[in-house]
Design a protein around this ligand. Structure first.
Ligand SMILES: Nc1ncnc2c1ncn2[C@@H]1O[C@H](COP(=O)(O)OP(=O)(O)OP(=O)(O)O)[C@@H](O)[C@H]1O
Ligand SMILES: [Mg+2]
Length: 178
């Protein structure tokens, strides 16, 4: 009986977990704030897949993640270096940018070693142009950034798999006042 109640309570909690969220980011500081909250709250082993056209704020968001992790070193786009690793924060940050890579090149950099966290310490893996990945981790946060019609950017956020993260944190931070 007790076991049934526990199961019922936890399945209720699962059903109530917020799995997707659309938010407005009115300026670059809002994009950075979104990243900062993620950097403060995502657990080790999290992967953030960033999708969106040129200049939609992917690097800005990763800079915010770095700030939230407590990384003081400037976070620069790894467009040419492909992968930048930062180890001074709460967790390591692995920042990848697939923009310039062909499919076979993406395969050859083994992006999975970052999200599997076996060969490297588990941290946060943030991947720009993630739509180019040939395969994805089983759990990840998908963030699609788009230019908003009027001002700033729109972020569509989706929790895929059994992420150990509650999008509700973002919902309360970015809720549009009514
Ligand atoms: N919410 C926002 N509103 C307006 N401007 C923003 C917003 N977020 C970021 N920006 C600005 O958009 C520009 C491009 O940002 P950023 O370099 O982060 O984009 P990106 O998606 O990484 O680009 P790329 O596709 O070249 O990698 C920067 O000037 C940044 O300050
Ligand atoms: Mg970028």
């Amino acid at each position: 009986m007790v076991q049934w109640q526990v199961a019922a309570a936890s399945s209720l909690r699962l059903k109530m977990a917020l799995l997707s969220l659309a938010i407005s980011l009115l300026d670059h500081q809002a994009t950075r704030r979104l990243g900062r909250i993620l950097g403060q709250s995502l657990p080790a082993g999290s992967t953030v897949l960033l999708e969106g056209n040129l200049g939609t704020g992917k690097t800005t968001l990763v800079q915010g993640i770095g700030e939230g992790l407590g990384i003081r070193e400037p976070i620069v786009s790894p467009t040419f270096t492909l992968i930048n690793e930062y180890t001074e924060g709460r967790l390591p940050l692995y920042h990848l940018d697939l923009y310039r890579l062909q499919a076979e090149e993406i395969e050859s950099i083994y992006p999975e070693i970052y999200w599997e966290g076996v060969e490297v310490p588990p941290g946060i893996t943030a991947i720009e142009w993630a739509q180019r990945l040939l395969y994805k981790p089983s759990n990840y946060l998908d963030i699609q950034l788009d230019h908003a019609v009027e001002r700033g950017r729109q972020a569509n956020i989706l929790l895929v798999g059994e992420g150990n993260f509650d999008l509700g944190i973002l919902n309360s931070e970015f809720r549009i006042p009514t």
